[in-house]
Design a protein around this ligand. Structure first.
Ligand SMILES: Cc1cc2nc3c(=O)[nH]c(=O)nc-3n(C[C@H](O)[C@H](O)[C@H](O)COP(=O)(O)OP(=O)(O)OC[C@H]3O[C@@H](n4cnc5c(N)ncnc54)[C@H](O)[C@@H]3O)c2cc1C
Ligand SMILES: NC(=O)c1ccc[n+]([C@@H]2O[C@H](COP(=O)([O-])OP(=O)(O)OC[C@H]3O[C@@H](n4cnc5c(N)ncnc54)[C@H](O)[C@@H]3O)[C@@H](O)[C@H]2O)c1
Length: 470
């Protein structure tokens, strides 16, 4: 027997829960289905535990700056790794418990179990079937692990399993240096693990600007062994894992695999929907409405394979939720692209990436933080930021950076880009002294100098070329 509901939401992650919040404003006739652990990828095994680990690693790493500040005794500091990992789990549990309250409050409308389509508008979970007016797919993604590596058992970790470790091994390989690999490899190294980090491409953490990429590569290479540009082969040894890549052949205790995430679509029964999937098996959808083809179905969050970030998953869940309970679909303008990787120096990309620019039509301004006054005072004078603007009117297009305070500088630039500001207009804003944002101003002035129509910068002067003042 089928139960009829207005809306079925599949997946109780950040996207699914954002959708529920909108759906329940308009109807009580909905069910939320979730397979596996509740609590969201972000809170359970993603953004939050990884940031808790990174904070501990950075706090310990700060001892290397102590002597230069005139602080003595730092050589006596030691790290209690099991305590670090326990704190990560405690914080994780706290974040997860906050999420669980929202699913528990749904009572019988929250159903645990693997959902799959058994008809174009019917979803089965366990032995129940729900026929729905609208369906929202928000099933997230999972870490990619090649089949031939699975026999390594618990010597192979992903971020799904890593945070359960009670201690860290002496030697680890991190395979893949996207956002996850870079964040985790640096944190592990700073916690005292001998890290060997591998990537088959030189586009680390998604950075496409060669000047920024060079800075990132140098910075990571100073803290771990980096092997870039070769396919990796893993095999079991008596006590660990053999890692081969090009001429490199070494043994580690465990490997963390971070070579990307794949949408959770495979067992969803999409064949029932009678739509053409692309070569990756992805259904067509509109990123402004989240509608799949012309069906009463919406797809939000990591599962659509598009943006893979928490704030985007939440936005997409919102859009899908609103549209699932409306007679007319609303098209939403999406926000300026913003991606941040929490390494040190941090990495960020805002707006258009270097790789998508028409370089003939664009002006580039740059700041190297090596001599920037405020960065020097904090021993954070490492990093490069490059801003891109349109050649005609100096309208800001985007930026990539590996820089101190990148998370904050990137937000400021995102605001300016989303508002359609030019470099001149942003220069007309106040810049306090001494702040890292003065570095941003240096890069903006470089653009302003190359373009027509400057004069927005009140001081209208060049940099002082004096460390203490710029
Ligand atoms: C280590 C790590 C660090 C990250 N750090 C950041 C960060 O700093 N900033 C940032 O913006 N993003 C970060 N992300 C990405 C961010 O976590 C994701 O983009 C976001 O959590 C995706 O949310 P979602 O709702 O799409 O998926 P999820 O939260 O994974 O929710 C999907 C849910 O659907 C369930 N499900 C799957 N299949 C079915 C089915 N057939 N039936 C029923 N239920 C099903 C799943 O079990 C899951 O509960 C990180 C990710 C990882 C892994
Ligand atoms: N701070 C953040 O915002 C944050 C943090 C973590 C994760 N995330 C999100 O999580 C998602 C997944 O992240 P990810 O880092 O796993 O994936 P990714 O796709 O961003 O990066 C994977 C990297 O692995 C490399 N790679 C692929 N196959 C390989 C192989 N066989 N051997 C060696 N290297 C290989 C790729 O070249 C790429 O650089 C992304 O969408 C990301 O945006 C975001």
């Amino acid at each position: 027997m089928k139960t009829h509901v207005d809306v079925v939401i599949i997946g109780a992650g950040s996207a699914g829960l954002a959708a529920v919040r909108q759906v329940k404003k308009k109807t009580d006739s909905f069910v939320l289905m979730n397979d596996g652990p509740y609590g969201t990828t972000c809170a359970r095994v993603g953004c939050m535990p990884s940031k808790a680990l990174i904070e501990a690693a950075n706090a310990y790493h700060a001892r290397h700056k102590a002597e230069a500040f005139g602080i003595r005794g730092s050589a006596g500091l030691s790290i209690d790794v099991p305590a670090v990992l326990q704190r990560v789990r405690s914080l994780r549990d706290r974040f997860v418990s906050g999420v669980l309250k929202s699913t528990e409050a749904l009572g019988a409308r929250s159903i645990a179990g693997r959902a799959r389509f058994v008809g174009p508008n019917t979803v089965a979970v366990g032995d129940q079937q729900f026929e729905a007016g609208r369906i929202i797919i928000a099933t997230g993604s999972h870490p990619v692990v090649p089949a031939s590596w699975r026999s390594l058992g618990d010597r192979l970790l992903t971020t799904d399993t890593f945070f359960e470790l009670k201690n860290l091994p002496a030697r680890m390989a991190v395979i893949g240096l996207g956002a996850i690999g870079v964040e985790m490899a640096q944190a592990l190294s700073r916690l005292g693990v001998d890290v060997h980090a591998f990537s088959n491409s030189d586009r680390l953490a998604g950075i496409s600007d060669p000047k920024v990429a060079a800075c990132l590569q140098e910075s990571l290479g100073s803290e771990m062994k980096l092997y870039i540009g070769h396919e990796v082969d893993l095999s079991a040894t008596r006590d660990g894992v053999r890692v081969q890549a090009g001429a490199v052949d070494l043994e580690v205790d465990q490997v963390l695999v971070a070579i990307g995430r794949k949408p959770n679509l495979d067992e969803l029964g999409l064949a029932e929907l009678d739509i053409d999937l692309d070569e990756r098996g992805m259904p067509p959808f509109d990123a402004k409405t989240m509608q799949v083809a012309d069906l009463p179905i919406f797809i939000a969050g990591d599962v659509n394979g598009d943006l893979g970030l928490l704030h985007e998953a939440a936005d997409e869940g919102f859009i899908a939720g609103v549209n699932a309970v409306s007679a007319e679909l609303t098209c939403y303008e999406r926000r300026t692209p913003l991606a941040i990787v929490f390494s040190d120096p941090a990495i960020a990309a805002v707006g258009q990436r270097f790789s998508s620019l028409d370089l003939e039509q664009c002006l580039i301004g740059r700041i190297d933080f090596a001599r920037q006054g405020r960065a020097l005072t904090a021993q954070k004078n490492k990093g490069v930021l490059r801003i891109y603007a349109a050649r005609g009117d100096a309208r800001l297009l985007g930026a990539e950076m590996c820089a101190p305070a990148a998370e904050h500088l990137a937000h400021l630039l995102a605001l300016a880009i989303q508002r359609g500001l030019t470099a001149h207009e942003l220069l007309a804003m106040p810049f306090y002294h001494p702040v890292l944002e003065e570095g941003l101003r240096t890069a903006l002035r470089e653009i302003s100098k190359q373009s027509q129509g400057g004069g927005g910068d009140l001081s209208a002067c060049d940099s002082f070329q004096i460390e203490a003042l710029d």
